[in-house]
Design a protein around this ligand. Structure first.
Ligand code: AMP
Length: 438
């Protein structure tokens, strides 16, 4: 029996543990919260991360350790790595758990982020010289789902926002008037094998992911197949040279037409080019860092250009559709990667949509009556703003998928309380089916 230790016991840990069962891979979780929802499906150690005796208890019999959130304590991860492999490495965690170091790293490896600057709380206006206005002020650490950030339009607003954040280290980023938000999910195994999922289109509301669409773009063309890639440790000088990343990250369409900012009518006419450029650049980053496991990059698409907003060194909400919508899920592939098993194909099974359930759970009967709807509940008590489950819809054509999505969103609007943020669905619906469809 192979056992993987997971730091964190939320829904990502839960779905990782569930993905392990068919392969007889067991997961052991560590989360200080005794009601952490992954504890319903796998053994949970619920003591503080600072408990020195708990470390030995946690790692006893484990083959390796991974984590399901990036705000895990770096010192703890480094200490565990003294005893057994930790994937992604403590170094990857260090690079991607701080927004400033993250953006410096992305830039160093040729993956362009929005303009950014470290904020000196005594001279915040200095950051404006680099970034300009409008801008987004963010805490360097512990921000997620839009928390720990403020949009500022004037120097005065910046000063006020800096004061509101108190002593927390801050970063200022240019506000990007993006056409859409997309993400790429790549997986790299201990042997250097790499696979990537097709580009995912994401819809956020108040900083929280509401809806993801996938499958609309064809799988990236060669050379992204595993067999053509070399292991990092064996890389030749020639392939080292190939690490020079494409810059800027852009894809021009045939005939050099300008990109029209209406992604829902543009699928297949340039999107797949952008998706494969993004995945190629992500693979280069992962190879350069000798990264092992799933990595997610969230991007802003502006015209035909991509700017990297955020790196998640872990499985990601925008990849939940892969459970039913891809040949191998992100969760199974992450376990395969950290254990050095061959990676599974990432080919999409038709077209998918993933809708997050936030703050409220609909009656299962109403959801399950929609053909090809898959309901995932996380065993969490509903509270405003809390992710308590998701629904994935799968279909053989985009029209079929969109029709099912329209049906699902209208069921959710009917049965969910206003607090569940259902008004956000209207925006998505308008883009998907047009003004008349809502
Ligand atoms: P984050 O927590 O950084 O992923 O931000 C949450 C959401 O806020 C993103 O998905 C975007 O919708 C929005 N956002 C964050 N940073 C920016 C930015 N620099 N420009 C425009 N929108 C942003």
């Amino acid at each position: 029996m192979r056992t993987v230790g997971i730091l964190g016991g939320g829904q990502l840990g839960r779905m990782l543990a569930l993905a392990g069962y068919p392969l007889e891979i067991r997961c052991r979780l560590w989360d200080p919260a005794s009601d952490a929802c992954a504890g319903q499906v796998a053994p949970l150690l619920s003591v503080p991360y600072t408990d020195p005796d708990a470390r030995q208890q946690f790692i006893d019999g484990l083959e390796c350790v991974t984590y399901e959130f990036e705000n895990v304590d770096l010192e703890l991860v480094q200490a565990l790595a003294q005893h057994l492999p930790v994937h992604p490495t403590p170094e990857a965690l260090r690079l991607f758990q701080d927004r400033l170091i993250e953006k410096q790293t992305l830039r160093a490896y040729g993956v362009p982020p929005p303009a950014f600057a470290e904020v000196d709380p005594h001279r915040p206006e200095r950051a404006l010289e680099v970034v300009g206005l409008p801008a987004v002020l963010k805490t360097r650490r512990f921000g997620y789902d839009g928390k720990g950030q403020a949009v500022v339009r004037t120097a005065e607003e910046l000063e006020q926002a800096v004061q509101r954040f108190g002593t927390q280290p801050l970063i200022l980023e240019a506000f990007i008037p993006f056409d859409r938000e997309v993400s790429t999910i790549g997986v790299r195994s201990r042997s250097g094998e790499f696979v990537g999922y097709p580009l995912i289109e994401n819809w956020h509301d108040k900083g929280i992911l509401r809806l993801s669409l996938a499958g609309d773009e064809q799988p990236p063309p060669a050379p992204l197949s595993a067999s053509t890639l070399t292991c990092h440790s064996e890389r030749s000088e020639e392939s080292q040279k190939n690490l020079t990343p494409p810059s800027p990250l852009s894809a021009s369409r045939e005939g050099g037409e300008p990109y029209s900012p209406s992604p829902f009518t543009e699928r297949g006419q340039g999107g797949e080019v952008i998706g494969s450029v993004a995945l190629t650049s992500m693979r280069q980053l992962m190879e350069a860092l000798d990264y092992v496991g799933v990595m997610t990059i969230e991007w802003f698409q502006v015209g035909s250009q991509l700017l990297a907003n955020e790196v998640a060194p872990r499985v990601h909400n925008s990849g939940h559709w892969t459970i039913e919508g891809a040949e191998t899920s992100q969760f199974e592939n992450h376990l395969r990667a950290v254990l050095g098993l061959p990676l599974g194909a990432t080919t999409p099974r038709g077209y998918s949509a993933m809708v997050n359930l936030i703050g409220a759970i609909p009656p299962a009967e109403r959801v399950l009556q929609i053909p090809h709807a898959h309901l995932h509940l996380y065993g969490k008590e509903p509270r405003p703003g809390r992710k308590v489950g998701h629904i994935t819809l799968r279909a053989d054509t985009p029209d079929e998928r969109n029709a099912r999505l329209v049906e699902l969103l209208s069921v959710l609007r009917e049965v969910l309380a206003p607090l569940a943020g259902v008004e956000a669905f209207d925006v998505c619906l308008r883009r998907i089916v047009g003004e008349n469809g809502v």
